[in-house]
Write a protein that binds this ligand. Structure first.
Ligand code: SGN
Ligand code: CA
Length: 503
Protein backbone atom coordinates (compact mmCIF):
# COMPACT_ATOMS: atom_id res chain seq x y z
CA UNK A 1 0.00 0.00 0.00
CA UNK A 2 1.18 3.50 -0.76
CA UNK A 3 1.47 5.78 2.21
CA UNK A 4 -1.59 8.03 1.71
CA UNK A 5 0.44 11.25 1.41
CA UNK A 6 2.58 9.70 -1.29
CA UNK A 7 -0.48 8.49 -3.12
CA UNK A 8 -2.01 11.95 -2.83
CA UNK A 9 1.07 13.55 -4.30
CA UNK A 10 0.59 11.31 -7.31
CA UNK A 11 -2.96 12.58 -7.62
CA UNK A 12 -4.63 9.36 -6.63
CA UNK A 13 -7.53 10.69 -4.62
CA UNK A 14 -10.70 12.41 -5.69
CA UNK A 15 -13.25 13.90 -3.32
CA UNK A 16 -17.00 13.90 -3.76
CA UNK A 17 -18.50 16.08 -1.06
CA UNK A 18 -22.26 15.73 -0.84
CA UNK A 19 -23.89 18.25 1.45
CA UNK A 20 -27.60 18.45 1.98
CA UNK A 21 -29.61 21.19 3.55
CA UNK A 22 -31.22 20.73 6.96
CA UNK A 23 -30.86 16.94 6.90
CA UNK A 24 -30.65 15.85 10.50
CA UNK A 25 -29.28 12.63 11.98
CA UNK A 26 -32.69 11.68 13.43
CA UNK A 27 -33.84 11.18 9.82
CA UNK A 28 -30.98 8.98 8.69
CA UNK A 29 -31.32 5.34 9.65
CA UNK A 30 -27.65 4.63 10.30
CA UNK A 31 -27.91 7.21 13.10
CA UNK A 32 -31.50 6.69 14.20
CA UNK A 33 -33.86 4.05 12.88
CA UNK A 34 -37.08 5.26 14.51
CA UNK A 35 -38.42 7.24 11.58
CA UNK A 36 -37.09 6.52 8.08
CA UNK A 37 -35.00 4.09 6.07
CA UNK A 38 -32.03 5.53 4.18
CA UNK A 39 -30.33 2.43 2.72
CA UNK A 40 -27.96 4.29 0.41
CA UNK A 41 -26.74 6.72 3.03
CA UNK A 42 -26.35 3.79 5.38
CA UNK A 43 -24.25 2.08 2.71
CA UNK A 44 -21.69 4.86 2.98
CA UNK A 45 -21.51 4.35 6.73
CA UNK A 46 -21.49 0.55 6.47
CA UNK A 47 -18.62 0.51 3.98
CA UNK A 48 -16.81 3.39 5.66
CA UNK A 49 -17.08 5.47 8.79
CA UNK A 50 -19.76 7.29 10.73
CA UNK A 51 -18.83 10.26 12.92
CA UNK A 52 -21.05 10.12 15.98
CA UNK A 53 -19.83 13.39 17.48
CA UNK A 54 -20.02 15.70 14.48
CA UNK A 55 -20.81 19.38 15.04
CA UNK A 56 -21.23 22.64 13.19
CA UNK A 57 -19.72 25.96 14.27
CA UNK A 58 -22.81 28.09 13.55
CA UNK A 59 -26.04 26.25 12.79
CA UNK A 60 -27.23 28.05 9.67
CA UNK A 61 -26.75 27.52 5.95
CA UNK A 62 -24.51 30.32 4.67
CA UNK A 63 -22.32 30.38 7.77
CA UNK A 64 -21.84 26.60 7.64
CA UNK A 65 -20.89 26.72 3.99
CA UNK A 66 -18.39 29.51 4.70
CA UNK A 67 -16.88 27.49 7.58
CA UNK A 68 -16.53 24.50 5.29
CA UNK A 69 -14.92 26.49 2.47
CA UNK A 70 -12.44 28.31 4.69
CA UNK A 71 -11.78 25.95 7.60
CA UNK A 72 -12.43 28.92 9.88
CA UNK A 73 -15.05 30.00 12.37
CA UNK A 74 -17.60 32.63 11.29
CA UNK A 75 -15.89 35.62 12.91
CA UNK A 76 -12.79 34.82 10.84
CA UNK A 77 -14.39 34.08 7.46
CA UNK A 78 -16.73 37.04 7.87
CA UNK A 79 -19.98 35.27 6.94
CA UNK A 80 -21.76 35.25 10.29
CA UNK A 81 -25.41 35.20 9.15
CA UNK A 82 -27.61 34.64 6.12
CA UNK A 83 -29.50 37.87 6.42
CA UNK A 84 -26.67 40.37 5.90
CA UNK A 85 -23.84 38.11 4.82
CA UNK A 86 -21.99 38.38 1.51
CA UNK A 87 -19.10 35.93 1.30
CA UNK A 88 -15.79 37.63 0.59
CA UNK A 89 -14.65 35.45 -2.27
CA UNK A 90 -11.25 37.14 -2.40
CA UNK A 91 -10.14 35.41 0.78
CA UNK A 92 -8.19 32.17 0.97
CA UNK A 93 -10.50 29.20 0.45
CA UNK A 94 -9.98 25.48 0.35
CA UNK A 95 -11.18 25.14 -3.29
CA UNK A 96 -8.56 27.71 -4.35
CA UNK A 97 -5.88 25.81 -2.46
CA UNK A 98 -7.08 22.57 -4.04
CA UNK A 99 -6.72 24.17 -7.47
CA UNK A 100 -3.17 25.13 -6.56
CA UNK A 101 -2.55 21.50 -5.65
CA UNK A 102 -3.58 20.50 -9.17
CA UNK A 103 -7.21 19.62 -8.54
CA UNK A 104 -10.21 20.31 -10.73
CA UNK A 105 -12.90 21.92 -8.61
CA UNK A 106 -16.64 22.07 -9.24
CA UNK A 107 -19.77 22.93 -7.31
CA UNK A 108 -23.33 22.08 -8.23
CA UNK A 109 -26.49 23.03 -6.34
CA UNK A 110 -27.08 25.31 -3.37
CA UNK A 111 -24.47 28.01 -2.85
CA UNK A 112 -26.22 30.60 -0.66
CA UNK A 113 -23.18 32.82 -0.17
CA UNK A 114 -24.49 35.69 -2.35
CA UNK A 115 -21.18 36.61 -4.04
CA UNK A 116 -20.02 34.87 -7.23
CA UNK A 117 -18.21 31.59 -6.45
CA UNK A 118 -14.42 31.80 -6.61
CA UNK A 119 -11.97 28.92 -6.74
CA UNK A 120 -14.16 26.70 -8.90
CA UNK A 121 -13.29 25.54 -12.40
CA UNK A 122 -16.96 24.84 -12.89
CA UNK A 123 -20.13 25.92 -11.15
CA UNK A 124 -23.82 25.61 -11.74
CA UNK A 125 -25.68 26.86 -8.70
CA UNK A 126 -29.17 27.49 -7.42
CA UNK A 127 -30.13 31.11 -6.85
CA UNK A 128 -30.56 31.77 -3.10
CA UNK A 129 -32.51 28.86 -1.60
CA UNK A 130 -33.43 27.44 -4.99
CA UNK A 131 -36.67 25.68 -5.89
CA UNK A 132 -37.76 22.06 -5.63
CA UNK A 133 -39.78 22.04 -8.84
CA UNK A 134 -38.39 23.01 -12.25
CA UNK A 135 -35.58 24.96 -10.57
CA UNK A 136 -33.46 27.72 -12.07
CA UNK A 137 -29.69 27.34 -12.11
CA UNK A 138 -27.13 30.13 -12.42
CA UNK A 139 -24.55 29.41 -15.11
CA UNK A 140 -20.95 30.59 -15.10
CA UNK A 141 -21.73 33.34 -17.60
CA UNK A 142 -24.29 34.81 -15.22
CA UNK A 143 -27.36 33.65 -17.14
CA UNK A 144 -30.04 31.51 -15.54
CA UNK A 145 -31.53 28.35 -16.97
CA UNK A 146 -34.79 26.82 -15.85
CA UNK A 147 -34.42 23.05 -15.72
CA UNK A 148 -37.24 20.56 -15.91
CA UNK A 149 -37.79 18.16 -13.06
CA UNK A 150 -37.17 17.69 -9.36
CA UNK A 151 -34.19 19.49 -7.88
CA UNK A 152 -32.56 16.51 -6.14
CA UNK A 153 -32.55 14.48 -9.36
CA UNK A 154 -31.28 17.41 -11.40
CA UNK A 155 -28.41 18.24 -9.04
CA UNK A 156 -27.34 14.59 -9.22
CA UNK A 157 -27.67 14.46 -13.02
CA UNK A 158 -25.50 17.55 -13.29
CA UNK A 159 -22.90 16.14 -10.88
CA UNK A 160 -22.64 12.89 -12.82
CA UNK A 161 -22.56 14.77 -16.10
CA UNK A 162 -19.67 16.89 -14.84
CA UNK A 163 -17.69 13.84 -13.76
CA UNK A 164 -18.42 11.99 -16.99
CA UNK A 165 -18.24 14.73 -19.62
CA UNK A 166 -17.06 18.07 -18.34
CA UNK A 167 -13.97 17.57 -16.20
CA UNK A 168 -10.37 17.16 -17.29
CA UNK A 169 -9.89 13.46 -16.69
CA UNK A 170 -6.14 13.82 -16.42
CA UNK A 171 -6.51 15.61 -13.07
CA UNK A 172 -7.83 14.58 -9.65
CA UNK A 173 -11.01 16.42 -8.69
CA UNK A 174 -13.08 17.71 -5.82
CA UNK A 175 -16.77 17.94 -6.58
CA UNK A 176 -19.20 19.67 -4.23
CA UNK A 177 -22.75 18.39 -4.63
CA UNK A 178 -24.96 20.70 -2.60
CA UNK A 179 -28.57 19.64 -2.44
CA UNK A 180 -31.51 21.86 -1.72
CA UNK A 181 -33.25 18.96 -0.02
CA UNK A 182 -34.44 18.77 2.68
CA UNK A 183 -34.97 22.46 3.33
CA UNK A 184 -38.34 24.00 4.16
CA UNK A 185 -41.01 23.70 2.78
CA UNK A 186 -40.29 20.00 2.13
CA UNK A 187 -41.88 19.60 -1.29
CA UNK A 188 -41.79 15.93 -2.33
CA UNK A 189 -40.92 14.41 -5.66
CA UNK A 190 -44.30 13.59 -7.20
CA UNK A 191 -43.62 9.85 -7.39
CA UNK A 192 -43.27 9.87 -3.60
CA UNK A 193 -46.37 11.90 -2.75
CA UNK A 194 -47.97 8.89 -1.08
CA UNK A 195 -44.84 7.57 0.61
CA UNK A 196 -44.97 7.49 4.43
CA UNK A 197 -48.68 8.43 4.43
CA UNK A 198 -49.58 5.29 6.39
CA UNK A 199 -47.00 5.97 9.03
CA UNK A 200 -47.75 7.69 12.31
CA UNK A 201 -44.56 9.11 13.75
CA UNK A 202 -44.05 8.91 17.50
CA UNK A 203 -43.99 12.32 19.20
CA UNK A 204 -40.64 13.21 20.76
CA UNK A 205 -40.96 13.02 24.53
CA UNK A 206 -40.27 16.75 24.89
CA UNK A 207 -42.69 17.85 22.15
CA UNK A 208 -44.67 19.79 24.75
CA UNK A 209 -41.65 21.51 26.28
CA UNK A 210 -42.60 24.54 28.39
CA UNK A 211 -39.05 26.00 28.14
CA UNK A 212 -38.84 26.41 31.90
CA UNK A 213 -35.50 27.98 32.86
CA UNK A 214 -34.58 28.68 29.21
CA UNK A 215 -35.61 32.22 28.28
CA UNK A 216 -34.20 32.26 24.73
CA UNK A 217 -36.14 29.08 23.94
CA UNK A 218 -39.35 30.75 25.17
CA UNK A 219 -39.16 33.59 22.69
CA UNK A 220 -37.96 31.60 19.66
CA UNK A 221 -40.50 31.39 16.85
CA UNK A 222 -40.07 27.88 15.57
CA UNK A 223 -42.76 25.88 17.28
CA UNK A 224 -44.58 23.41 15.09
CA UNK A 225 -47.85 24.20 16.84
CA UNK A 226 -47.58 27.95 17.04
CA UNK A 227 -45.35 29.04 14.18
CA UNK A 228 -45.65 26.55 11.35
CA UNK A 229 -47.72 27.96 8.53
CA UNK A 230 -50.67 25.68 7.87
CA UNK A 231 -50.54 26.40 4.13
CA UNK A 232 -46.84 26.87 3.36
CA UNK A 233 -45.44 24.23 5.69
CA UNK A 234 -48.19 21.67 5.95
CA UNK A 235 -49.77 22.33 2.54
CA UNK A 236 -53.36 22.59 3.77
CA UNK A 237 -54.35 25.06 1.08
CA UNK A 238 -57.87 25.88 0.02
CA UNK A 239 -58.75 28.66 -2.41
CA UNK A 240 -59.06 31.81 -0.34
CA UNK A 241 -56.41 30.72 2.20
CA UNK A 242 -54.63 33.83 3.43
CA UNK A 243 -51.88 32.84 5.81
CA UNK A 244 -48.64 34.82 6.08
CA UNK A 245 -46.89 32.49 3.64
CA UNK A 246 -49.72 31.50 1.27
CA UNK A 247 -48.32 33.59 -1.60
CA UNK A 248 -44.87 32.02 -1.19
CA UNK A 249 -46.46 28.60 -1.24
CA UNK A 250 -48.40 29.31 -4.43
CA UNK A 251 -45.24 30.62 -6.07
CA UNK A 252 -43.34 27.44 -5.20
CA UNK A 253 -45.92 25.01 -6.48
CA UNK A 254 -46.79 27.37 -9.31
CA UNK A 255 -43.54 26.23 -10.91
CA UNK A 256 -45.03 22.81 -11.67
CA UNK A 257 -46.33 22.26 -15.19
CA UNK A 258 -50.09 21.89 -15.37
CA UNK A 259 -50.11 18.10 -15.47
CA UNK A 260 -47.82 17.75 -12.47
CA UNK A 261 -49.71 20.47 -10.66
CA UNK A 262 -52.93 18.54 -11.12
CA UNK A 263 -51.28 15.46 -9.65
CA UNK A 264 -49.95 17.49 -6.73
CA UNK A 265 -53.30 19.17 -6.08
CA UNK A 266 -55.19 15.90 -6.32
CA UNK A 267 -53.11 14.58 -3.45
CA UNK A 268 -52.98 17.58 -1.10
CA UNK A 269 -56.48 18.90 -1.87
CA UNK A 270 -58.11 15.78 -0.48
CA UNK A 271 -56.01 16.07 2.69
CA UNK A 272 -56.95 19.74 3.02
CA UNK A 273 -60.62 18.92 2.53
CA UNK A 274 -60.49 16.37 5.29
CA UNK A 275 -58.47 18.73 7.50
CA UNK A 276 -60.99 21.53 7.06
CA UNK A 277 -63.87 19.26 8.00
CA UNK A 278 -62.20 18.29 11.28
CA UNK A 279 -61.77 21.77 12.79
CA UNK A 280 -58.80 20.68 14.87
CA UNK A 281 -57.60 22.83 17.75
CA UNK A 282 -55.07 22.65 20.59
CA UNK A 283 -52.96 19.52 20.86
CA UNK A 284 -54.86 17.74 18.09
CA UNK A 285 -53.88 20.53 15.68
CA UNK A 286 -50.26 20.58 16.90
CA UNK A 287 -49.98 16.84 16.38
CA UNK A 288 -51.64 17.00 12.98
CA UNK A 289 -49.02 19.53 11.91
CA UNK A 290 -46.25 17.35 13.32
CA UNK A 291 -47.40 14.32 11.31
CA UNK A 292 -47.67 16.35 8.10
CA UNK A 293 -44.20 17.79 8.71
CA UNK A 294 -42.64 14.40 9.41
CA UNK A 295 -44.25 12.75 6.41
CA UNK A 296 -43.29 15.41 3.90
CA UNK A 297 -39.75 15.70 5.24
CA UNK A 298 -39.40 11.89 5.06
CA UNK A 299 -40.53 11.90 1.41
CA UNK A 300 -37.91 14.50 0.53
CA UNK A 301 -35.25 12.38 2.27
CA UNK A 302 -36.36 9.38 0.22
CA UNK A 303 -35.43 11.13 -3.05
CA UNK A 304 -32.19 12.26 -1.49
CA UNK A 305 -31.30 8.74 -0.51
CA UNK A 306 -32.12 7.43 -4.01
CA UNK A 307 -29.86 10.04 -5.53
CA UNK A 308 -26.95 9.35 -3.22
CA UNK A 309 -27.35 5.74 -4.34
CA UNK A 310 -27.14 6.89 -7.95
CA UNK A 311 -23.92 8.77 -7.21
CA UNK A 312 -22.38 5.73 -5.54
CA UNK A 313 -23.41 3.51 -8.45
CA UNK A 314 -21.88 5.94 -10.92
CA UNK A 315 -18.61 6.09 -8.99
CA UNK A 316 -18.50 2.31 -8.90
CA UNK A 317 -19.32 1.79 -12.57
CA UNK A 318 -16.84 4.39 -13.67
CA UNK A 319 -14.06 2.83 -11.63
CA UNK A 320 -13.68 5.91 -9.43
CA UNK A 321 -14.92 4.52 -6.15
CA UNK A 322 -11.62 3.14 -4.83
CA UNK A 323 -9.78 6.37 -5.44
CA UNK A 324 -12.49 8.66 -4.12
CA UNK A 325 -13.32 9.95 -0.67
CA UNK A 326 -17.12 10.24 -0.56
CA UNK A 327 -18.38 12.56 2.15
CA UNK A 328 -22.02 12.92 3.09
CA UNK A 329 -23.02 15.65 5.49
CA UNK A 330 -25.56 18.42 6.02
CA UNK A 331 -25.16 22.16 6.61
CA UNK A 332 -26.57 21.56 10.09
CA UNK A 333 -28.96 19.38 12.06
CA UNK A 334 -32.65 20.13 12.56
CA UNK A 335 -35.46 19.71 15.07
CA UNK A 336 -37.98 17.02 14.25
CA UNK A 337 -40.41 18.10 16.96
CA UNK A 338 -37.90 17.98 19.82
CA UNK A 339 -38.73 20.92 22.14
CA UNK A 340 -41.84 21.27 19.95
CA UNK A 341 -39.67 22.75 17.18
CA UNK A 342 -38.71 22.71 13.54
CA UNK A 343 -35.66 24.71 12.23
CA UNK A 344 -32.18 24.85 13.80
CA UNK A 345 -29.91 27.73 15.03
CA UNK A 346 -29.75 26.75 18.71
CA UNK A 347 -26.67 25.16 20.24
CA UNK A 348 -28.83 22.34 21.56
CA UNK A 349 -27.83 18.88 20.36
CA UNK A 350 -30.25 18.30 17.47
CA UNK A 351 -29.05 21.35 15.53
CA UNK A 352 -25.47 21.52 16.83
CA UNK A 353 -24.95 18.01 15.46
CA UNK A 354 -24.75 17.32 11.78
CA UNK A 355 -24.65 13.91 10.11
CA UNK A 356 -21.24 12.95 8.76
CA UNK A 357 -20.45 9.66 7.05
CA UNK A 358 -17.59 8.91 4.69
CA UNK A 359 -16.66 6.16 2.29
CA UNK A 360 -12.89 5.97 2.26
CA UNK A 361 -10.57 5.43 -0.66
CA UNK A 362 -8.38 2.33 -0.74
CA UNK A 363 -5.61 2.50 1.80
CA UNK A 364 -7.63 4.11 4.56
CA UNK A 365 -8.50 1.46 7.05
CA UNK A 366 -10.84 3.08 9.55
CA UNK A 367 -14.32 1.48 9.71
CA UNK A 368 -17.39 1.89 11.88
CA UNK A 369 -18.09 4.64 14.40
CA UNK A 370 -15.61 7.41 15.04
CA UNK A 371 -16.11 8.98 18.45
CA UNK A 372 -13.71 11.90 18.33
CA UNK A 373 -15.34 15.36 18.27
CA UNK A 374 -15.22 16.80 14.77
CA UNK A 375 -16.52 20.07 13.36
CA UNK A 376 -17.26 21.47 9.90
CA UNK A 377 -14.12 23.66 10.04
CA UNK A 378 -12.18 20.37 9.81
CA UNK A 379 -13.22 19.51 6.25
CA UNK A 380 -10.91 22.03 4.57
CA UNK A 381 -7.70 20.80 6.22
CA UNK A 382 -8.79 17.18 5.68
CA UNK A 383 -9.23 17.64 1.94
CA UNK A 384 -6.01 19.64 1.63
CA UNK A 385 -4.05 16.97 3.42
CA UNK A 386 -5.62 14.25 1.31
CA UNK A 387 -4.52 16.20 -1.75
CA UNK A 388 -0.99 16.34 -0.40
CA UNK A 389 -1.26 20.13 -0.15
CA UNK A 390 0.07 22.18 2.76
CA UNK A 391 -2.49 23.35 5.33
CA UNK A 392 -2.03 27.09 5.98
CA UNK A 393 -1.47 27.99 9.63
CA UNK A 394 -4.51 30.30 9.78
CA UNK A 395 -6.92 27.42 9.11
CA UNK A 396 -8.64 26.73 12.42
CA UNK A 397 -9.92 23.22 11.81
CA UNK A 398 -7.84 20.09 12.10
CA UNK A 399 -7.36 17.38 9.51
CA UNK A 400 -9.43 14.26 10.06
CA UNK A 401 -7.02 12.10 8.07
CA UNK A 402 -5.47 10.44 11.15
CA UNK A 403 -8.97 9.33 12.16
CA UNK A 404 -9.58 7.99 8.65
CA UNK A 405 -6.37 6.01 8.97
CA UNK A 406 -7.76 4.35 12.07
CA UNK A 407 -5.64 6.35 14.51
CA UNK A 408 -6.86 7.90 17.74
CA UNK A 409 -4.50 10.76 18.54
CA UNK A 410 -4.20 11.20 22.31
CA UNK A 411 -4.28 14.99 22.12
CA UNK A 412 -7.48 15.17 20.03
CA UNK A 413 -9.81 18.07 20.96
CA UNK A 414 -11.99 17.53 24.01
CA UNK A 415 -14.42 20.35 23.32
CA UNK A 416 -15.88 22.38 20.50
CA UNK A 417 -16.74 26.06 20.16
CA UNK A 418 -19.98 27.46 18.75
CA UNK A 419 -21.21 30.96 17.90
CA UNK A 420 -24.59 31.90 16.39
CA UNK A 421 -25.31 35.48 15.25
CA UNK A 422 -28.50 35.80 13.20
CA UNK A 423 -30.73 37.95 15.42
CA UNK A 424 -33.01 39.83 15.14
CA UNK A 425 -34.25 37.66 12.30
CA UNK A 426 -36.70 34.98 11.23
CA UNK A 427 -37.40 32.44 14.03
CA UNK A 428 -36.14 34.93 16.65
CA UNK A 429 -33.31 32.81 18.05
CA UNK A 430 -31.14 35.07 20.18
CA UNK A 431 -27.40 35.38 19.66
CA UNK A 432 -25.35 32.94 21.62
CA UNK A 433 -22.05 31.15 21.89
CA UNK A 434 -20.79 28.32 23.99
CA UNK A 435 -18.70 25.26 24.55
CA UNK A 436 -19.60 21.58 24.47
CA UNK A 437 -17.23 19.12 26.07
CA UNK A 438 -16.60 15.52 25.04
CA UNK A 439 -17.65 14.36 28.51
CA UNK A 440 -21.17 15.70 28.00
CA UNK A 441 -21.33 19.20 29.45
CA UNK A 442 -22.45 22.31 27.67
CA UNK A 443 -22.25 25.97 28.66
CA UNK A 444 -24.11 28.55 26.56
CA UNK A 445 -24.27 32.33 26.83
CA UNK A 446 -27.22 34.13 25.22
CA UNK A 447 -26.32 37.78 24.71
CA UNK A 448 -27.29 40.95 22.82
CA UNK A 449 -30.75 41.90 24.10
CA UNK A 450 -30.58 39.18 26.77
CA UNK A 451 -27.88 38.07 29.20
CA UNK A 452 -28.49 34.48 30.24
CA UNK A 453 -26.23 31.53 30.79
CA UNK A 454 -27.31 27.92 30.43
CA UNK A 455 -25.54 24.82 31.64
CA UNK A 456 -26.44 21.24 30.78
CA UNK A 457 -25.27 17.85 31.87
CA UNK A 458 -26.10 15.73 28.83
CA UNK A 459 -25.24 12.54 30.70
CA UNK A 460 -28.26 12.94 32.95
CA UNK A 461 -30.30 15.34 30.78
CA UNK A 462 -29.76 14.35 27.12
CA UNK A 463 -32.73 16.41 25.91
CA UNK A 464 -31.53 19.62 27.54
CA UNK A 465 -34.65 20.25 29.57
CA UNK A 466 -32.92 21.36 32.79
CA UNK A 467 -30.75 24.42 32.79
CA UNK A 468 -28.61 23.89 35.88
CA UNK A 469 -26.62 27.11 35.58
CA UNK A 470 -26.23 28.74 38.98
CA UNK A 471 -27.54 25.74 40.90
CA UNK A 472 -25.71 24.68 44.06
CA UNK A 473 -23.23 21.92 43.31
CA UNK A 474 -22.46 23.11 39.77
CA UNK A 475 -19.72 25.58 40.76
CA UNK A 476 -16.84 23.30 39.81
CA UNK A 477 -18.17 22.21 36.43
CA UNK A 478 -19.19 25.79 35.63
CA UNK A 479 -15.71 27.05 36.42
CA UNK A 480 -14.16 24.31 34.30
CA UNK A 481 -16.38 25.04 31.31
CA UNK A 482 -15.97 28.79 31.65
CA UNK A 483 -12.22 28.33 31.56
CA UNK A 484 -12.50 26.09 28.51
CA UNK A 485 -14.80 28.59 26.80
CA UNK A 486 -12.29 31.41 27.29
CA UNK A 487 -9.47 29.16 26.15
CA UNK A 488 -11.33 28.39 22.91
CA UNK A 489 -12.29 32.03 22.36
CA UNK A 490 -8.63 32.95 22.68
CA UNK A 491 -7.47 30.07 20.53
CA UNK A 492 -9.91 31.02 17.77
CA UNK A 493 -9.46 34.72 18.42
CA UNK A 494 -13.16 35.53 18.92
CA UNK A 495 -12.51 38.92 20.50
CA UNK A 496 -16.14 40.08 20.45
CA UNK A 497 -17.33 37.03 22.33
CA UNK A 498 -14.56 37.42 24.90
CA UNK A 499 -15.97 40.86 25.68
CA UNK A 500 -19.50 39.55 26.08
CA UNK A 501 -18.48 36.96 28.68
CA UNK A 502 -18.24 39.54 31.43
CA UNK A 503 -21.47 41.34 30.56
C1 SGN B 1 -35.63 30.44 5.04
C2 SGN B 1 -36.73 29.71 5.81
C3 SGN B 1 -36.39 29.61 7.29
C4 SGN B 1 -34.99 29.10 7.51
C5 SGN B 1 -34.03 29.97 6.73
C6 SGN B 1 -32.58 29.58 6.87
N1 SGN B 1 -37.99 30.40 5.66
O1 SGN B 1 -35.63 31.80 5.34
O2 SGN B 1 -37.34 28.79 7.92
O3 SGN B 1 -34.66 29.10 8.85
O4 SGN B 1 -34.36 29.89 5.35
O5 SGN B 1 -32.34 28.28 6.45
S1 SGN B 1 -38.83 30.23 4.31
O6 SGN B 1 -40.15 30.86 4.54
O7 SGN B 1 -38.11 30.89 3.23
O8 SGN B 1 -38.96 28.80 4.03
S2 SGN B 1 -30.93 27.90 5.92
O9 SGN B 1 -30.81 26.45 6.00
O10 SGN B 1 -30.83 28.36 4.55
O11 SGN B 1 -29.98 28.55 6.80
CA1 CA C 1 -29.66 24.58 6.18
Amino acid sequence: MLFPAAAAAQGHYNIVYIMTDDHTAQMMSCYDNRFVETPNLDRIAADGVKFVNSYVANSLSGPSRACMLTGKHSHKNGFTNNEHGVFDGSQQTMPKLMQKAGYQTAIIGKWHLVSTPTGFDYYNILPAQGDYYNPNFINMDGTETREKGYVTNIVTDKAIDWMEHKRDKSKPFILFVHHKACHRAWLPELKYLREYEDKTFALPENFYDDYEGRDAAKTAEMQIGKHMDIVYDTKMYTPGSKTFLTDNYLNMIGRLDSRSRAEYDYFYDSLALDFNSRHLTGKALDEFKYQRYMRDYAKVVKSLDDNVGRMLDYLKQSGLLDSTLVVYTSDQGFYMGEHGWFDKRFMYEESLNTPLVMRLPKGFNARGDINEMVQNIDYAPTFLQLAGAPVPADIQGVSLLPLLQGKHPKNWRKSIYYHYYEYPAEHAVKRHYGVRSSDGYKLIHFYNDINKWELYNLNTDPHEMHNIYGQPGTEKITARLMKELVRLQKQYDDQDALKFNAK
